[in-house]
Design a protein around this ligand. Structure first.
Ligand SMILES: [Zn+2]
Ligand SMILES: [Zn+2]
Length: 335
């Protein structure tokens, strides 16, 4: 079957290439992509950090099942599904001890391509049913929310924060604010973004407070969701001695040596959560979006046609929306 995929063919350059689909293997599901959010990890690959080419991107997707292999009983035609493209073998020491996101087969790659594409075939173990979420675009929030849930669970293993500062209000910073304020109902959540409009929107929607630097020692946790070197520098610079710092950015391939120095010099307690933990976090994220996401929160999301993929990535740093989503096989936005 004909399949067109946007591949990153070199640093900062997408190209639409054919990757036709073969006969569907027995444990695989064929999906048609509808929407896919842009993750900080995608953006970091786009910038040329840790990438070989050609490379397909996009994992915050929602898709419909169009065919299922003969061993697949869990999904059927017409189901809405999402994934995180993290393989969980259920047999390795990590899978067996509640750390499935560290599965030694995590990058097994049992799929034809990621989601900035028309279609893909992927192993059924990657997929989760999201039929309960009635608004299809909101399904793209599930995977990044599962990363937020995992990160906060890791923080809670260490201590129970009272006053939290979130820096960077893109996809992850926005969902962190949503989770802490609208789901966990925490009182003291402060936020900051270099783009005032992004910050204003989050303060209004989630009833949190603008960062106050006069007494930054009151924050017992700084969450760095800036996905940038300057953001990391900013956070570590305002951090007090012995403060706790949770880094959500993807800074592979950049000069991050200052992070080590600043952490040591101030005896900062760092936390670098990876991926999204066990599959329960995804199931929980599905329930949370279904139950707690309000229509007004949709203002944080901006949808672009997939044909604009190059431009959206080029402009990403300056966009005033908190989350960017590409529309793939919807109405006029087909590839
Ligand atoms: Zn991601
Ligand atoms: Zn495993």
């Amino acid at each position: 079957m004909e399949n067109n995929v946007y591949y990153l063919i070199k640093k900062k350059k997408f190209q639409l290439l054919r990757n036709d689909l073969d006969i569907l293997p027995p444990n695989y599901v064929r999906v048609q992509f509808l929407y896919c959010g842009i993750c900080g990890g995608d953006y970091s690959c786009f910038l040329g950090r840790r990438t070989s080419y050609p490379y397909s991107l996009g994992h915050e997707f929602v898709a419909t099942v169009i065919d299922a292999g003969k061993n697949v009983t869990e999904f059927s035609k017409g189901d809405y599904v999402i994934s995180d493209f993290n393989y969980r073998c259920q047999k390795c020491p990590y899978c067996l001890t509640g750390k499935e996101h560290l599965c030694i087969h995590n990058d097994a790659g049992y799929f034809t391509n990621r989601a900035f594409a028309q279609y893909a075939d992927m192993h059924k173990n990657y997929l989760y049913n999201v039929n309960s979420i009635k608004n299809v675009v909101r399904c793209t929030l599930v995977e990044p929310l599962s990363c937020v849930i995992h990160a906060y669970n890791e923080i809670l293993q260490v201590f129970n924060p009272n006053c939290i500062l979130i820096v960077g209000l893109g996809n992850i910073g926005m969902l962190f604010t949503f989770y802490l304020k609208s789901v966990l109902k925490l009182k003291s959540v402060f936020v900051h973004d270099v783009i005032p409009e992004k910050e204003r929107r989050i303060i209004e929607l989630f009833e949190c407070t603008a960062m106050d630097l006069d007494n930054s020692e009151k924050y017992d946790l700084i969450i760095d969701a800036t996905n940038s070197i300057t953001g990391a520098h900013f956070c570590l610079n305002i951090a007090s001695y012995a403060q706790r710092y949770c880094m959500m950015s993807h800074l592979y391939g950049l000069d991050t040596s200052f992070i080590y120095e600043m952490i040591c010099q101030k005896e900062i307690h760092p936390l670098f959560p990876l991926r999204n933990g066990n599959r329960e976090n995804i199931l929980l994220a599905i329930q949370i979006i279904h139950k707690h996401w309000k229509a007004s929160y949709d203002k944080t999301i901006e949808v672009f046609p997939i044909s604009k993929i190059q431009q959206v990535f080029n402009d990403k740093r300056n966009l005033v929306s908190n989350k960017q989503v590409l529309a793939i096989n919807c109405e006029n936005d087909s590839i």
